[in-house]
Ligand binder design. Structure first.
Ligand code: AMP
Length: 289
């Protein structure tokens, strides 16, 4: 695996690969990699892409300095994991490479309120910072395919919106959530869970799976309320939100018949850790299980 730290170097190398006819697939990350990240690399390889990953803890998407400072950084083991996964190229830049002082990287795209809902209402400015870095990395890497996880459903939806608005020549591929054997969605932040919190954490996915399996036979409002009640019953757990949304607009729904693409998104806090999860209940008009 080739590792680049400088923007100019990776640009030059990728330019050559593109001119030789390679198809570039890109999976941006913030490091502290796990099997969820590896699945993005595997998806790119399955498509025959030359695979590029990036590790960059983007300061502009953190509204909380402590969260930024505490974000796990494990570059050496990340490199081993990427090499084992067959990743071709890693871009691991410093902040000054991504945001040179003389470069205007701020974006002004109307996110149609998608950035203020769900995660956005708990993390002001997060999605503006996120699209800023994704756009900058896309400009540098210029991939034909961009691989992102369903785990961050709102994030990939907002990135798709940006791609559409700016008519960027890249196809977003949404990859399924990779889970621990007990159902907990893998996340870099899981390492911070205390042992008792780790034991409780799979409740989130259990509640979501149950909601999804009840959906075809129970009203949306009942399914939603049952899920909220189940989460609120656990004293150690604080529910930030649980919403049944349209997967395209991210707007809340009242009835299962209101959309062909329905997702239940939730975030809870367990101690100091926020756990995100979601399930797709209906896609292309079909129930999912
Ligand atoms: P992060 O490093 O957390 O910013 O995530 C980088 C990419 O990996 C994003 O597209 C995430 O959605 C994706 N990702 C994170 N966790 C998982 C997971 N458990 N399964 C699949 N993709 C994931």
């Amino acid at each position: 695996m080739y590792i680049f730290k400088k923007t100019a170097d990776i640009q030059q190398y990728l330019q050559r690969l593109r001119s030789e006819g390679n198809i570039i697939g890109f999976a941006p990350t913030m490091g502290a990699l796990h099997a969820g990240h590896v699945s993005l690399i595997q998806a790119a390889k399955q498509r025959g892409n030359t695979t590029v990953s990036s590790i960059f803890v983007n300061p502009t998407q953190f509204d909380n300095k402590t969260d930024l400072d505490k974000y796990p950084r494990t570059l050496d083991t990340d490199i081993q994991l990427l090499e084992a996964a067959g990743c071709d190229i890693l871009f691991a830049p410093d902040v000054s490479e991504v945001y040179p002082p003389d470069l205007q990287t701020n974006l002004s795209i109307d996110l149609q309120g998608m950035d203020n809902r769900l995660e956005g209402s708990f993390r002001p400015g997060h999605f503006q910072g996120m699209i800023q870095v994704v756009k900058r990395l896309l400009d540098i890497v210029q991939p034909q395919y961009l691989y992102m996880g369903q785990k961050d459903f709102q994030q990939q939806r907002i990135v798709q919106h940006m791609i559409t608005q700016l008519q960027l020549p890249v196809q977003l591929v949404r990859c399924p959530i990779i889970r621990e054997p007990d159902g907990l969605a893998m996340s870099s932040r899981n390492v911070h869970l205390k042992p008792d919190e780790r034991l409780l954490a799979p409740t989130l996915s259990k509640v979501l799976f149950e909601a999804r399996s009840n959906a075809p036979t129970t009203t949306l409002q009942t399914v939603k309320q049952q899920a909220i009640t189940a989460l609120q019953q656990i004293p150690q757990l604080t529910l930030d939100y649980l919403e049944v949304i349209d997967g395209n607009t991210l707007q809340p729904l009242n009835e299962w018949t209101d959309s062909d693409f329905i997702v239940i998104c939730t975030t809870v806090r367990l101690g100091f850790i926020r756990l995100l999860d979601n399930v797709i209940v209906k896609e292309h008009g079909n129930w999912c299980q």
